[in-house]
Write a protein that binds this ligand. Structure first.
Ligand SMILES: *Cc1c(COP(=O)(O)O)cnc(C)c1O
Length: 473
């Protein structure tokens, strides 16, 4: 066995991994990467088909991001944001506020919503901490404003917002969260739209008998409305409503129907509940627009960003907030209104330098057009997957795809979780040189933006081939 693989087996505990099974084979040791390719200890190349778990935007070892990190490295890597400012963090905060409020990003049709402006940036290191920041701010804001003595949080069914205790409290992923149930604080859930398994049976049928499906009347939004009304009649006030806009990632790349976010956004505004948008996965062009919520014309009160923020190069995250939120924390030190929260690496210079360069690249018009054409190539390639009897649903927004595998596409019957179908398909794909990870039986494709059309088609072709190999035709 490769000596590096051996050291891994001896010393490293991997995230979300049953280590007893992990130790039964030689792990892939990634030794380098270039563009959309990763290389392992034996010199074999793989397509990075999930952008290194949804983080990488422009490809690996991109000359522009590498150069920006090197340039910053020559000056300083890190100095604290406690009591000190630094150049790249200040410049990045300015740019983030600019793109978050950019007027061209707001379609006219959104005028029925009064959208706040985002004014301040609080930096942290990853998605979970960006969410924790928003949670604590929102909670304190609600207390200060006398909204309630016990403000609670609302989040969506099947939500995932990270693995710290606050973020897990908001989530609803039984497999990950069950063990900590009694450790968590209580949150209220509202229905999220999962059209493929729509309980009102109103989803658009991609395949199967369309006559079985009646026209959608936004019953799911009505359900949300009723939940909010019930809470209001019980006097329940909310500090915030946490939503993954446009697509719920860990839920299985569950794409919300167009117009859903705008509708629930309106409900939240009517009820006076601050919106906390978790754009950790959807931010920075993943679904098309710079931020997914912009595409629906809804501005957050708290915008949480991480993963792709630094292009996926360094741990870097941010929570953008409105003036209204920020002002709740203003006063003298003696007033007790200080936000006592922060992390050692808040505002880290290397991460900020990488993020600035990534943003510059994203704002390029050429890049926007390229992402659009990439999304189209991906859609066209994925069309070929409908031919497989084991493909129940294909959900796509921008450059995010979830392919839900089922035992029987007519009845939508799922595989048993012990059969680990998604896992087995991904293992077969890896043997053919394409790396991704499943969410249960949903296969994720999320190519870095630097992928060529040929690489996109190869990803999908490999998925199709692996499906047949594992499940038969
Ligand atoms: C990944 C993810 C998180 C957690 O981010 P970490 O950087 O892993 O802490 C939170 N929310 C969403 C939507 C995510 O995809």
């Amino acid at each position: 066995m490769n000596p590096l693989a051996q050291k891994d087996l001896q010393y490293v505990w991997h995230p979300f991994t049953q280590m007893q099974e992990w130790s039964q084979q030689e792990p892939l040791v990634i030794t380098s990467g270039k563009g959309a390719l990763l290389r392992d200890q034996h010199g074999k190349s793989y397509l990075d088909a999930n952008a290194s778990i949804w983080t990488n935007l422009h490809g690996h070892t991109h000359p522009r991001i590498n150069r920006s990190i090197r340039r910053q490295l020559a000056r300083i890597s890190h100095s604290s944001a406690l009591g000190l400012a630094n150049e790249p963090a200040s410049l990045l905060a300015e740019q983030l506020i600019k793109v978050a409020n950019h007027p061209s990003l707001w379609p006219r049709s959104s005028s029925s919503l009064t959208n706040p402006k985002l004014r301040k940036v609080f930096f942290s290191d990853d998605g979970s901490t960006a969410l924790e920041t928003a949670l604590k701010m929102a909670y304190e804001h609600a207390m200060r404003r006398g909204i309630s003595k016990h403000p609670r949080f609302l989040s969506l069914d099947q939500a995932y917002h990270g693995d710290t205790v606050g973020a897990v409290s908001l989530g609803q992923v039984p497999l990950f969260h069950r063990a900590y149930d009694r450790l968590l604080f209580r949150t209220d859930k509202v229905m999220s739209p999962y059209c493929y398994r729509c309980p009102f049976n109103r989803a658009k049928a991609e395949r199967g008998d369309a006559r079985l499906h009646r026209r959608c009347q936004w019953e799911c939004v009505q359900t949300v409305e009723r939940t909010l009304e019930q809470a209001q009649s019980k006097g329940q006030a909310y500090a915030g409503w946490v939503v993954e806009p446009v697509v719920q990632g860990v839920a299985g790349m569950v794409v919300q129907p167009e117009g859903w976010l705008k509708r629930v956004g309106r409900l939240a505004r009517q009820a006076g509940i601050p919106l906390i948008f978790d754009e950790v996965m959807t931010g920075f062009g993943r679904t098309g627009p710079m931020f997914a919520s912009h595409g629906e014309g809804v501005q957050a009160d708290f915008l949480c960003l991480a993963k792709g923020m630094s292009g996926g190069y360094l741990p870097m995250a941010a929570t953008l907030v409105t003036d209204d939120i920020f002002r709740s924390f203003l006063g003298s030190y003696a007033s007790g209104k200080t936000f006592y929260h922060g992390h050692s690496f808040t505002g880290n210079q290397l991460g900020a330098a990488a993020s600035l360069e990534s943003l510059r690249m994203l704002k390029d018009l050429h890049d926007l057009r390229w992402r659009k054409s990439l999304s189209k190539t991906l859609a066209e390639a994925c069309d070929s997957l409908w031919g497989s009897p084991h493909v129940g649903d294909i959900r796509q927004t921008g450059t995010v795809v979830g392919v839900e595998l089922v035992k029987n596409w007519k009845t939508k019957e799922a595989w048993g979780s012990n059969q680990r179908v998604g896992q087995r398909v991904c293992e077969a794909m890896a043997l053919h040189g394409v790396l991704t990870r499943p969410i249960g039986d949903v296969i994720v494709l999320m190519p870095p933006y630097c992928c060529s059309p040929g690489q996109i088609r190869r990803m999908v072709r490999t998925l199709r081939r692996s499906l047949t190999q594992v499940l038969g035709s």
